[in-house]
Ligand binder design. Structure first.
Ligand SMILES: [Zn+2]
Length: 145
């Protein structure tokens, strides 16, 4: 499964992350927008996914990822301690909300089906193109999410 490299242990699937999306689609306008939102210069907004060798700086030192790696888990869905204090103290409220939603789904569906479900959840209902978490409208057809 090609998208496994995008499977971050926390359940914030990288395939539907705005930063990954901007890079993968070479979307300069989106990169500029995210740059302002994150307070990071646009050229530093590069990420090829949590498990790649090019990880966005905020995610590089992630306590959730280190914990999962240490325990030998693919993701928090395998952990009896979920949601632990590392999840509870996740610095971005919208991200935490998504973690709490996504991890139980991941546990229920298994990795392959869960990836499909996440990709479907963050797709345009009008034209089907891939969106990302936090997208308000489709960047291809303009339909509202
Ligand atoms: Zn669309």
């Amino acid at each position: 499964m090609e998208n496994k490299g995008l499977v971050s242990p926390c359940g914030l699937y990288c395939g539907v992350c705005g930063i990954y999306h901007a890079g993968a689609n070479n979307d300069r306008a989106l990169a500029e927008k995210l740059s302002k939102a994150y307070g990071v210069p646009a050229e530093k907004l590069v990420c090829k996914g949590c498990r790649s060798d090019t990880v966005f700086e905020y995610c590089r030192g992630c306590a959730i990822k280190s914990c999962a790696v240490e325990k030998g888990y693919e993701g928090c869905y395998q952990c009896d301690g979920f949601p632990c204090e590392k999840v509870e103290s996740f610095p971005v409220p919208e991200g935490k909300k998504n973690i709490l939603r996504a991890v139980p789904e991941w546990k229920r569906l298994g990795t392959e089906e869960w990836i499909k479900a996440e990709e479907k959840l963050f797709s345009c209902s009008n034209c089907g193109s891939r969106l990302f978490r936090g997208a308000r409208k489709c960047r291809k057809c303009g339909a509202l999410k």
